[in-house]
Design a protein around this ligand. Sequence first.
Ligand SMILES: Nc1ncnc2c1ncn2[C@@H]1O[C@H](COP(=O)(O)OP(=O)(O)O)[C@@H](O)[C@H]1O
Ligand SMILES: [Mg+2]
Length: 266
Amino acid sequence: MASVLEIRDLYAGIEGQEILKGVNLTLRQGEIHALMGPNGSGKSTLAYIIMGHPHYEVYSGDILLDGESILEMAPDERARAGIFLAFQYPVAIPGVTVANFLRQAVSAVRGYTAQKDEEGPVGSNLIPMREFRKELTEAMQLVGIDPSFARRYLNDGFSGGEKKRMEILQLAMLRPKFAVLDETDSGLDIDAVRAVAEGVNRLVGPELGVLVITHYQRILNYIQPDRVHVMYDGRVVLSGGPELALQLEEKGYDWVRQQFGNAVKA
Ligand SMILES: Nc1ncnc2c1ncn2[C@@H]1O[C@H](COP(=O)(O)OP(=O)(O)O)[C@@H](O)[C@H]1O
Ligand SMILES: [Mg+2]
């Protein structure tokens, strides 16, 4: 049966400042949803909170995976439960190669590092090298990344497009049930957007639910969403089909502000 990720009347923020003010959104495995909205509306905050970023606070509401709250789960537990976040601003880790990073991540998510007793890890806590290499080669091919990247330091000196593709490579390797892609298109030229979108499209299917967070409509020319949601001032104020994205492209966000901006903000 398809898994369901449900955000239910979520109020959340950071350092006592409320950013999300009652978010409702349900994503099923196999579906692609787009989350759009002007800058500062709370899209990245929602992404971080889904992943369990420790700096953010949930005041009320819930996030449910197949009916079970995940709010008490640490980020690594959420990753093991099948949730993945591609960051808006991927960090560089000089000294750690792409291959090493991915081997650690894949091992952790698949439970290789979970075999511990009081003394520490028991036995080999990494996915066997040969198995890993095979998967990595296949995933790099699928996503369109040159194999030489495996030996480079993670995101160190990577172009914007290369960093975003690296996020898609992680997605391909970790095979989550739900992937949140936070502005995977931002700052990219159109060829890079297309390349990233093609990578995503090769991974979508009945096993993967995707939340594509984007300010702009253009990536949705290549990744066809089933549903489009518009966030404004910490709430999902509009939901609809793909036509909603086109409408936003045409009319911009001003009419959303006019319709949903309220005196409270002033
Ligand atoms: N670490 C933070 N500290 C204080 N305010 C923050 C922090 N992160 C985000 N905010 C505020 O929360 C609001 C939503 O930001 P964000 O979630 O990044 O929106 P979006 O991704 O839609 O552009 C903004 O007003 C922003 O200034
Ligand atoms: Mg953002």
